[in-house]
Design a protein around this ligand. Structure first.
Ligand SMILES: Cc1cc2nc3c(=O)[nH]c(=O)nc-3n(C[C@H](O)[C@H](O)[C@H](O)COP(=O)(O)OP(=O)(O)OC[C@H]3O[C@@H](n4cnc5c(N)ncnc54)[C@H](O)[C@@H]3O)c2cc1C
Length: 493
C-alpha cells in the first residue's frame, strides 16, 4: 500500500488511527498544532510535580485491548483498576459517600437515606445494562452512511428502551430512588459527558452500568500520559513522523478534489487522504469555511461545559481526600440548570478533584500531594470574560481547604490555572467547550458531524468530536470506525 495519509492532530483518536493504518501498510504522517502529542490527554511537569492535564480515569478498558490486538502489539501501558471508584462530598455535611463497585458495600453507604437500596440499584442497573448490550455493537460501534441508515438501525433496538430517549437521566433515577442525595450521586455521570442530568437523555444511564458493573474505571500505572508515550513509541517503530507546532489553517482545492492543506506559515502539506483529529465541526467551519458550520450556526448548537482546571502541588499529605472526589454544593437542580448560562455565582462552585499522588508516587515529591481540580463552567459564548480567574481559583482552594480540613493555600508548592479561554487557544476547543458537541439525540449518531467528509472523498475525521462521542474509549472506537472507512475505500483488510 503506497497511499499516504496525513493526520491532523495527535489526540488519542489521531494516535490510535495512525498506528492502525501504519500497521496496515499506509504511509502515515502527523501534524500537531502544539509542541507535544496527546491533545487533551496531556501532561504538565512543573516544580517537581507531574500532572495529568485532563482525563483522569476511563471505562471500557477493553477497547484499548481490542486496539492492541488489531495492531498486533502488547498494550504499551498498564491499567490500574479503581475500587472504590470515587467519593462524593455534599456541602454542609461531613458524610463522604464512597462509591464501591461491590453492591453490598455500596448499599451500606446509603443505608440511612435510601431503604432497600440494593434491590433498587440492581433494578436500575439491570435496565441500563440491557440497553447497553442491546445498543453498543448495533449503534455505537458502527459507521452510518445516511440518517436513514442510522434511523433504521435504531429501530432494531428493542422498543422497550424507547422511553429512555424521552426521559432525562434525572427522571430515570427518579423512577427507582427516593433520596435526593442518591439521585444526585448517580446522576453525576451526566457531568462526565459535559452536560447536566436534566438535559442528558436517560440512554446515558448506561454509564452507571459501565462504571459499577461492566468494566469499572481505570487509571494507568505511572499516570495517564503513559498512554500517549506508549503510543508514540509504537509509532516511531513504524516510522510515523510527527511534525509539531504545525497548525492547519487553510486548504487548496484546484477543482479536482483536495490534495493540499496549508499550515500557519503557508507551508503546503500533501497526501492521498487526510484525517482531521481537531474538532470535526469547527474544522469544517474554520478551515473549509463551510456555511453550515459557520460560527453563527455552531454557536446555536449545544456544546458541553467548559473546563476551569487547576494543577496544585501541596506540601504535606491530606488525609481527608481520596484519589477521585466530587465536591457538590447546595441547590443541585438550580445550579445545574443555571451553570451553563452563567446565571449562577461561581463563589461556591461544584468541582472534582483527582489526588493522583494517592496511588502514583512519581506524581509528587515525597510528602506532597498532587491535586488536579476541574470546575465545569460556562463556555466562552456565555462567559467571554475570565478576568476573575484568580478569584475563582482562590474560592475553590478556600472551599476545598475547609472541606478537607487542610490549609492548601498556605502549603502551595506549585499552582497552575487554565480557564476556558486558555483551553480554547491551547487545543482549538470550540468556545472553550471541554468535551465538544453535547450528546443530545440530535447531535449523536448520524446527527453528529460525520467521520466522512460530505464534499471530499479523501477527507475523514476522528476523535471525540465525531462518532461515536466523547471520552477516551469512544476516541479509540472512533479510530476503528475511521480505519474501516479507509480500508473499505481501498479494498484492503
Ligand atoms: C478537563 C477534561 C477532563 C476530561 N476527563 C476525562 C476523563 O476523565 N475520562 C475520559 O475518558 N475522557 C475525559 N475527557 C475527554 C477526553 O480528554 C477526550 O474525549 C479525548 O482526549 C479527545 O481525544 P481526541 O482524539 O478527540 O483529540 P483531542 O484530545 O481533542 O486532540 C486533538 C488534537 O488536534 C490538534 N489540533 C486541533 N486543530 C488542529 C489544526 N487545525 N492543526 C493541527 N492540529 C490541530 C490539537 O492541538 C490536539 O492536540 C476530559 C476532557 C477534558 C477537557
Amino acid at each position: 500500500m503506497d497511499k499516504k495519509v496525513l493526520i491532523i492532530g495527535t489526540g488519542l483518536g489521531g494516535l490510535t488511527t495512525a498506528l492502525r493504518l501504519a500497521k496496515r501498510g499506509f504511509k502515515v504522517e502527523m501534524l500537531e498544532k502544539i509542541d507535544r502529542p496527546g491533545g487533551r490527554l496531556n501532561q504538565l511537569k512543573k516544580d517537581g510535580f507531574t500532572f495529568d492535564m485532563a482525563p483522569s480515569f476511563f471505562s471500557m478498558s477493553y477497547e484499548f485491548d481490542e486496539f492492541a490486538e488489531d495492531c498486533g502489539i502488547e498494550l504499551p501501558f498498564e491499567f490500574v483498576p479503581l475500587d472504590p471508584l470515587y467519593t462524593v462530598n455534599f456541602a454542609e455535611s461531613d458524610k463522604r459517600y464512597v462509591i464501591y463497585r461491590d453492591l453490598k458495600k455500596l448499599a451500606n453507604e446509603f443505608k440511612d437515606i435510601e431503604p432497600d437500596f440494593e434491590r433498587k440499584m440492581t433494578a436500575y442497573l439491570d435496565s441500563a445494562g440491557k440497553f447497553f448490550h442491546d445498543s453498543v455493537d448495533l449503534v455505537i460501534k458502527r459507521n452510518f452512511d445516511s440518517k436513514l441508515d442510522y434511523l433504521l438501525t435504531l429501530a432494531k433496538v428493542p422498543w422497550g428502551h424507547a422511553p429512555k430517549m424521552i426521559r432525562n437521566v434525572w427522571q430515570e433515577l427518579d423512577r427507582y430512588f427516593d433520596s435526593e442525595e442518591v439521585k444526585q450521586v448517580f446522576s453525576l455521570v451526566a457531568f462526565f459527558l459535559g452536560a447536566t442530568p436534566f438535559d442528558t437523555p436517560a440512554l446515558y444511564s448506561l454509564l452507571s452500568y459501565t462504571e459499577l458493573v461492566h468494566d469499572g474505571y481505570h487509571n494507568v500505572k505511572g499516570g495517564m500520559y503513559k498512554i500517549v508515550e506508549g503510543l508514540v513509541d509504537e509509532l516511531e517503530k513504524e516510522n510515523v513522523k510527527i511534525h509539531y507546532n504545525t497548525e492547519i489553517v487553510d486548504f487548496r482545492d484546484n477543482g479536482q478534489g483536495l490534495k493540499t492543506l496549508l499550515d500557519q506559515n503557508g507551508k503546503e502539506w500533501q497526501a492521498d487522504d487526510f484525517i482531521v483529529n481537531g474538532d470535526a465541526a469547527a474544522f469544517r467551519g474554520n478551515v473549509f469555511r463551510r456555511e453550515k458550520y459557520s460560527k453563527k450556526k455552531l454557536d446555536k448548537q449545544k456544546w458541553t461545559l467548559a473546563p476551569f482546571t487547576m494543577y496544585l502541588g501541596v506540601k504535606g499529605k491530606i488525609d481527608n481526600i481520596d484519589h477521585h472526589n466530587y465536591f457538590l454544593g447546595t441547590n443541585f437542580k438550580d445550579y445545574a440548570n443555571k451553570i451553563f448560562k452563567n446565571d449562577v455565582s461561581l463563589k461556591k462552585p461544584y468541582y472534582y478533584v483527582n489526588a493522583i499522588s494517592k496511588f502514583n508516587d512519581n506524581a509528587a515529591p515525597e510528602g506532597h500531594e498532587n491535586l488536579f481540580v476541574l470546575v465545569p463552567v460556562p463556555d466562552l459564548r456565555n462567559k467571554p470574560d475570565w478576568a476573575d480567574t484568580e478569584e475563582l481559583a482562590n474560592n475553590v482552594i478556600q472551599d476545598l481547604s475547609e472541606r478537607v480540613d487542610y490549609d492548601i493555600q498556605n502549603n502551595l508548592a506549585s499552582k497552575t490555572v487554565l480557564n476556558p479561554e486558555q483551553w480554547a487557544g491551547f487545543l482549538n476547543l470550540y468556545q472553550g467547550s471541554g468535551l465538544g458537541l453535547a450528546h443530545d439525540l440530535n447531535q449523536i449518531g448520524a446527527f453528529r458531524p460525520s467521520n466522512k467528509d460530505e464534499k471530499y472523498d479523501n477527507v475523514f475525521y476522528v476523535g471525540s468530536s465525531t462518532v461515536p462521542g466523547t471520552g477516551l474509549p469512544m476516541a479509540v472506537i472512533s479510530s476503528k470506525l475511521v480505519t474501516e472507512r479507509i480500508t473499505k475505500k481501498y479494498g484492503t483488510v
